[in-house]
Ligand binder design. Sequence first.
Ligand code: AHR
Length: 864
Amino acid sequence: MNTEYLTKKTVVSFFVLVLFLSGQSFLLANEPDSAYIFVYGAAKNNHHNGLHVAWSLDKQTWHPVGTEHSFVKSDYGPWGAEKKMIDPFLFRAPDGIWHCVWSLNNEDGAFGYASSTDLLTWNRQSYPLVLSTGNCLKPMIAYDDTNDVYTISWTSDKEHNQAYFVTTKDFKHYSPAKKATVFLPRTEKVALPDGQQSGTLHKVAWHTVDNVIKAQQLAAYKTKLNSERMTDDDQRFSTLKDVKATINVNQNTTRQISDLLVGIFFEDINYAADGGLYAELIQNRGFEYSPNIRKEWDNLTAWNVYDAHSKLSIDTVSPIHINNKHYVTVEASAGGGLYNEGFGGIAVRANEKYNLSLFARAPEANIANLLIRLEDANGKTIGQATIKRLTKAWKKHELTVIPTVTAENAKLVIQLQEAGKVNLDMVSLFPQNTFRNRRNGLRADLAQAIADMKPRFVRFPGGCVAHGNGIENIYHWKHTIGPLETRKPQRNLWGYHQSYGLGYFEYFQFCEDLGAEPIPVVAAGVPCQNSAHNGHPLAGQQCGIPMEEMGDYVQDILDLIEYANGDVHTVWGKKRAEAGHPEPFNLKYIGVGNEDLITDIFEERFTMIYDAIKEKYPEIHVIGTAGPFYEGTDYVEGWKLATKLHVPYMDEHYYNPPGWYIHNQDFYDKYDRSKAKVYLGEYAAHIPGRASTIETALAEALHLCNIERNGDIVAMTSYAPLLAKIGNTQWNPDLIYFDNTEVKPTVGYYVQQLFGQHAGNAYIFSDLQLNNSDDNVRKRIGKSIVRDEVSGDIIMKLVNLLPVEVDVESNISELAVDSENIDATILSGTPADKDAKPIHATVNLDDFKLKPYSLTVIRFKEKT
Ligand code: AHR
């Protein structure tokens, strides 16, 4: 072993153990009673670094706590452009509570507010809108103890530095803003090693300083652990060899675990729906693309004139349906027309049947026939059909086309047979060969890759897509059902178009086809916490559906449950039956909210929805939301609210580096079993460059082993995101990449697949002994042994995150009918490997070896 490394590591660990992890105060022999803190927000990193603290005994020599360490950050507006904390002002009230206000940007007439009892944990933030035209710069707090009133004053440079103030007793309700005659900044300037800063000065008990210092040190230590990478293993484990693990299985100590543990989260991100899982081959079939979504787009995107003489224009007069306003008018001579290029080409297979449909109208009744052809990249016709007798009114025409050859890059050409004018809309080319041969169904190969994971549930339609970028972008399920031409397309917040051809009916049907529980997610009456506010705070993340409209919104959610489960005589059950599914879909769970900012606005709306569902459908399990991280204000406040309301399930999200999964293996062992169960709705291991590699996949496998042990409290998990179309990806890594013809699963996919295919319903406890006492080694071996009561199999999953083989001895053979030549599946490679695939092998249960950097799944029949 590298002794220098060990020595450094031992010193750090000892330091950490003594100072932080014991949770005890480390008393100095000679510590002051009090000290000064200076609290400020540096402009560095465009004001994104939040609230900083420095301390001093004499107001002369200052010690910044950490380098750019943030004690609280602003959560206002979208990541990147906003979330700035400008000129924070901290005020300590007589009751000891710290109140902080700050300026959000140079535009908005709102300021940021948060409070804390200890400067370490901060309560939910609010951004009161106090001015409709001016901005709020350098906000400050003063307190009048005779009336127990706080005054917040600020200046607005949009109005020639006019000063304003509001008063409040509770930082929730504010008086209307009034103009003030003077604005006297009460901030101090302090010279710090990094330069002069402006902020507030406070005299505090020494233990406040001590706690602040320790909190920063602990945070820095955790960051260091979490950022451990396998690229450092050469050094970390340079002398490691002959690792031997002994696993003693205690078959009598078991824990019932959820049988829904591994599912999927489908979100329309990365062209996952249109151009992806939804098998439609025509892009912009309804002529509804718009520059409001992408500036280079218009209603004719993906469409082109077939010859130079043809003319295409977009009309809206008497459309097929008001939700599908635009259609194309083609004016051409005989043989002229237009073509669609699909989603980067149309891929068709020889001799397979394709349903071609379109709505057509010949306004002047002078066109008789349309010729429709599939043309390959060389302009050769590879399939065709004719539409005869166009009518003056809109009419839907349906045909079948059978390509004679396979082509990856075909286009669909529509030609007028005689000169004239025709209106066209909802032009569709759909393979008959869809997953389970559904009409308007899903791409068979992609859906099969998903089915091969054996997902126990499907969460849909988002993610951020569910709560939308601003109120007007919230996903409304009712816009996504019924005949395709009546669905109301929507801007996808990931920067493209949602036709909603894959809508709620198709989602429910897909779940049924997979044998998976449907878990729809509806917005909690608030949009995405990352919504842009376009200059008006009430239009962005801080808005909620106005309370006077919430009744209708809640009713929509109740209607969704009726659509899924109601009998055919109910209003919405009837619509499901009309769509071809009279039997209920058996909905049991519904997610309300998606990693929202937990604010008072959120709480009011979430509670309203939750109470309404509980009252009308007490059998439905509501899943609440705990923010986008595994810690922090939204996580804490989300859980507090869930505990208060007795919400039965909580959706957690985190995307962490591999080191986090290695160093937080007891994350769920600490969870209170009497509170809500966890649905880990989104997670993945992220490394710089955001690839899915053996390193990330094994970190995820390790986490899943720890989750199986906690399968009593963690009810469900889903990796995120699921799908990504190559060349149209907004987020990496994803589980399955694809193009128009190929499906390319990642290493992470195989981990999910192995855990999905080899799930169990009872966890069998065991202990692991190593011939090596280094904690770093111990933490890199994961195990989970489960019993699948349905098949009568025992499944052992072992993860080796070490660069060396591990020799395993175990008494597990006592459980097996036969302990030799047992089937094993092994996923292994080098840490950076992106192409590893599972291989099959046989092992002897008493004695086998784990490959370096591997996941091994062993399955065998249990002795009865
Ligand atoms: O999974 C991608 C995105 O990550 C989801 O839309 C959102 O919920 C999270 O921020």
